[in-house]
Design a protein around this ligand. Structure first.
Ligand code: ADP
Length: 440
């Protein structure tokens, strides 16, 4: 190109000089230069128009030969065009590969923009959720998959959460939805068909519910007879001990059945009503007094730092407090201390039960809310532990959009913290700490 430019400039100067010389011979040197410049301009405009035409038609045969400036421009242009074409082909190939690999995924994947509109979706999203890759592009995904839980998930920034929604294409089908953020304001919605899992969970829940229900009547009869036999003076003395043991075990079975029934009721009910108001501070006092009266307990301190009420189910929250408090009592020595606390902040409400009892080894913490899990099954059986209390607590919290955190150290004590979202509170005004008088 530099050679061609020099050649072009030299040619132009020579032409202008020749024009000037011829003009000078005739006494009009300037006009001679002007005519030469016009000729040069005309030549360039012709080539420019030919080049524009060639770009339009793709026929560059005029520019293929020679080494003038226009041939140089053409070869630079065609080199860049070839490079752009190669990039385009590579990019298309890459897109095809990405599409093929996402289409091979068994789960649905939907790319969403910041307004939750569909940018792209794979084949599985079409099969399991009925999305149409072309027709639904640009539509808001929650206008197509209509479910209030999904709308809430998309609006919230709690991307760690997963929800199950009814399938829009399959009767009795269920989809698991998870949102993963990426790039600038983009999200990927993953959809998985979990119909089999939900069906199995329901079967298990129904089985446990039905079996517990069926066991209730025979157990009531057995307990009734054992109660009358233990009070009956005509029963021979040697039977006293076995009857007492049978009564004990029957009572334990009654408790297991009652807790299993409560669990299966909690599992099958939807989220707890949020129109009822629960006075948490009052409930804490009631539960504490009830347990104080039930027997010898460690000192129970009550710290109420908020008069906010909770939108939810009164008897479920009462069961939650009773479970946590009776656990703390069972695992804290009589000279220990238990603290019940209710406080709120703009983030929500926190109900905690802390003790300075025996504590729990860190390795057991993740399994505490599993049904029938006990750190020491033998001891738990002796002190009346069934292993369902914390499972009930977890379900009650789930139905109130809340979660449970457990902090514990062996030999130091434990703290069970229930965190309720701000949306479940009726007022969130902090009040000075107050200590209701202790009951005997
Ligand atoms: P359980 O009816 O046996 O108390 P839970 O589900 O309520 O069943 O509790 C499960 C296990 O967690 C208990 O067996 C006990 O080992 C442990 N645990 C619960 N609360 C406490 C606590 N406050 N201190 C120490 N261990 C606890």
């Amino acid at each position: 190109m530099p050679g061609a430019s020099r050649q072009f400039l030299v040619g132009l100067i020579l032409l202008l000089l020749a024009g000037g010389a011829i003009g000078w011979i005739y006494g009009y040197a300037e006009r001679g230069i002007l005519v030469a410049a016009l000729l040069a301009l005309f030549w360039q405009v012709r080539h420019l128009l030919a080049f524009v035409r060639a770009i339009r038609t793709g026929d560059f045969s005029v520019f293929r030969q020679g080494d003038g400036i226009w041939q140089q421009i053409f070869s630079a242009f065609s080199y860049q065009q070839g490079r752009a074409g190669r990039y385009k082909r590579q990019y298309r190939q890459l897109l095809r590969e990405i599409r093929k690999s996402t289409d091979a995924m068994p789960d649905g994947a939907v790319i969403l923009n910041e307004a939750n509109e569909i940018v792209m979706c794979n084949r599985a999203a079409k099969t399991i959720a009925g999305l149409k890759p072309k027709k639904d592009r640009g539509q808001r995904v929650d206008n197509i998959l209509r479910d209030p839980e999904l709308t809430r998930l998309l609006r919230s920034n709690e991307f760690a959460q997963e929800i199950d929604i009814p399938s829009p294409v399959r009767d009795d089908g269920w989809l698991n939805c998870r949102v993963v953020p990426y790039g600038a304001d983009q999200k990927m919605l993953f959809l998985r068909d979990v119909t089999d899992r939900i069906r199995l969970t329901r079967m298990r829940r129904d089985f446990v519910g039905n079996a517990s229900h069926e066991l209730r009547s025979p157990l009531t009869v057995i307990s009734g007879y054992l109660d009358s036999m233990s009070d009956d003076p005509s029963v021979i003395a040697e039977w006293g001990q076995p009857i007492a043991q049978m009564r004990n075990q029957a009572q334990r079975m009654n408790r297991i059945v009652a807790e299993l029934l409560e669990l299966s009721r909690l599992e099958s009910a939807g989220p707890a009503d949020d129109t009822q108001l629960v006075d948490v501070a009052k409930l804490l006092t009631i539960c504490r007094n009830a347990l104080y009266q039930a027997g010898e307990t460690p000192e129970i301190e009550l710290e109420v730092a908020s008069d906010a009420q909770l939108r939810g189910n009164n008897s479920e929250i009462e069961s939650l407090i009773t479970n946590l408090l009776s656990n703390a009592i069972r695992h804290t020595p009589a000279d220990g201390r238990i603290t019940l606390r209710w406080e709120t902040s703009p983030a929500g409400g926190v109900l905690s039960v802390a003790d300075n009892g025996e504590g729990i080894n860190a390795e057991h913490l993740p399994r505490l809310t599993e049904r029938f899990f006990r750190v020491d099954p033998g001891r738990a059986r002796e002190d009346g532990g069934v292993g369902l209390g914390l499972a009930i607590v977890k379900h009650v919290l789930g139905r109130h959009d809340a979660k449970l955190d457990i902090e514990s150290e062996r030999g130091e004590g434990s703290r069970f913290i229930c965190r309720f979202p701000a949306g479940r509170l009726s007022v969130s005004a902090p009040v000075p700490l107050r200590q209701p008088p202790a009951s005997p």
